[in-house]
Structure formats: structure tokens, C-alpha cells
Design a protein around this ligand. Structure first.
Ligand code: PGA
Length: 256
């Protein structure tokens, strides 16, 4: 893991955005893995601002991490709708090349297997955008998820249901299940870009970076990933024991 601690989430998102945009400039056929939630919103703005300034996203393909099970794509809280509104509608991407797991699939296991096969056929994910849940989840891989799990139907934890209730009228409206790429699926991305902002992520961030690798904190699997860049603001980095070293190392990178 390469860890970057920035003063603000804005600054971190700008640097992460530059990384994604540069990659697309180099390879217009980049395959992105994308995430929902409040964390990547500023990163997405960096991406569509660059696109509107001339960066070509027309050949980019994408696969989203997860979708609530039982929500129609048109539902205001579906992740398909979130992605269209917060990113895809502002890019010149071909919407048919943007994939979000099917939250209405009748044969969910078959749809999940197909999703994995389609990712593989696309050549795999080049850059996977990730956020972390306050319980250490990535995608909807809650604590207890196998670190070799694949795309599948999962049960949300009461904490995630509570965390996400702010987007729904009432907590009872939050779906109890979701379709999520597995931890093993995420681990196959060539590069992971993990963004974590705010004090409520500090404990999960500490577990991800400095805890043991454990399905208790699914994000900790990234310690074994060959190329993960972690962008933190000061609040999310607050509990890290080695934060002075991470800062020092990012200011003095070991590249010649
Ligand atoms: P957030 O969610 O970006 O809204 O904090 C992240 C997550 O739960 O994965």
C-alpha cells in the first residue's frame, strides 16, 4: 500500500482524479471499477470536469462494485441511478459500457457468475475506486466476508443499514441485501484507489492499514494487493501509528 495523507478530502480527490485521468489519457480503453457513496463524489467531479475539458471517455468501460438487491434501477436510491446522476451523465462514456450488478436478477447466482465472466472478458479492472465502510467493508463485503469471495448476494449488517438510512425516508426502507463483487474480485484489479475521509473512518482505516489481515476488516486484504494507493484526509488518518512515516515516505518517494 502507498499511503497519502492530505490536508483535505478535496486535495486528496484532486490527486486521485489526476491519477485516473492520466491513466485514461494513456489508455483510452481503461476498464474502471467504480464505487458509490459520498466518498468518491469529488473524484467523479474531477473526472467529468476533465472530460468536459476534452478528455475522451468514449471507450472507457466500467463495472460497479455493488447494487442493493430488490431496487429497480430507476429507484432514487439505486446505485445505477446514483452512477448515472453523479458520473455517467456528465461523461461522453457509452452508457452500454457501464455495468452495475443487477439488483432485480431472478437467478442471482447466474447473474453474479455472468458479471464476473464479463469483467474477465473485458480484460479485468485496471483501476478500482474504493471507499471504506465505518466497519471496514469494501463494496458490500461486510466483516466476516471471505477474503477470496466473488460476486454474490450478501446480507447487510445493521450498522451499514443505519449508516445508509440517511439516504432513505426511514431505516426500514433500506434494503437488507445487496449484490456485491467479492473481496477476491476486488483483489484482481490491477490498481486499487482507496479513498477514506472523515473521523468516522479512522478506526476502520487503522484496521485496514495497521491491523492484521482478517475478514474481520475486509479492507485489510488490500495489504496483500500489489498496487493499492490509499488517499486519506487528516481525520481519517488520525489513529495511524506510523502516520509521520507515511507522510515522510510520500514526500520522499523511492522512485528514481
Ligand atoms: P461513504 O460510504 O462513502 O458514503 O462513506 C463508503 C462505504 O460504505 O463503502
Amino acid at each position: 500500500m502507498e499511503i497519502f495523507i492530505l490536508k483535505t478530502a478535496e486535495e486528496a480527490s484532486r490527486i486521485a482524479g489526476r491519477f485516473v485521468n492520466e491513466a485514461i489519457k494513456k489508455n483510452p480503453k481503461t476498464v474502471l471499477g467504480l464505487a458509490t457513496g459520498s466518498t468518491p463524489l469529488m473524484l467523479y467531479k474531477e473526472m467529468y470536469t476533465a472530460c468536459q475539458a476534452g478528455l475522451d471517455y468514449s471507450q472507457v468501460r466500467s463495472f460497479n462494485l455493488d447494487e442493493y438487491y430488490g431496487l429497480d434501477p430507476q429507484h432514487p436510491q439505486s446505485y445505477r441511478r446514483f452512477m448515472n446522476e453523479n458520473l455517467f451523465n456528465h461523461l461522453n462514456i457509452d452508457i452500454n459500457n457501464t455495468r452495475v450488478p443487477d439488483g432485480l436478477a431472478k437467478d442471482c447466482a447466474a447473474a453474479c457468475a455472468q458479471y464476473e465472466a464479463d469483467m474477465k472478458a473485458a480484460g479485468g479492472v485496471d483501476i478500482q475506486v474504493l471507499g471504506i465502510g465505518s466497519d471496514g467493508h469494501i463494496g458490500f463485503n461486510e466483516p466476516g466476508s471471505s477474503l477470496v469471495s466473488r460476486t454474490r448476494l450478501v446480507t447487510l449488517t445493521p450498522q451499514t443499514i443505519r449508516d445508509n438510512a440517511r439516504f432513505f425516508e426511514k431505516e426500514e426502507d433500506v434494503p437488507r441485501y445487496a449484490v456485491s463483487m467479492g473481496v477476491g474480485t476486488v483483489m484482481e484489479a490491477k490498481t486499487c484507489l482507496m479513498l477514506c475521509f472523515g473521523a468516522n473512518k479512522a478506526k476502520a482505516v487503522k484496521g485496514m492499514i495497521e491491523g492484521g489481515i482478517s475478514q474481520f476488516n475486509p479492507a485489510s486484504a488490500l495489504q496483500m494487493h500489489p498496487h493499492t494507493l490509499v488517499f486519506l484526509d487528516e481525520a481519517a488518518a488520525a489513529d495511524l501509528e506510523l502516520k509521520d512515516y507515511y507522510r515522510w515516505a510520500s514526500e520522499h518517494p523511492a522512485t528514481l
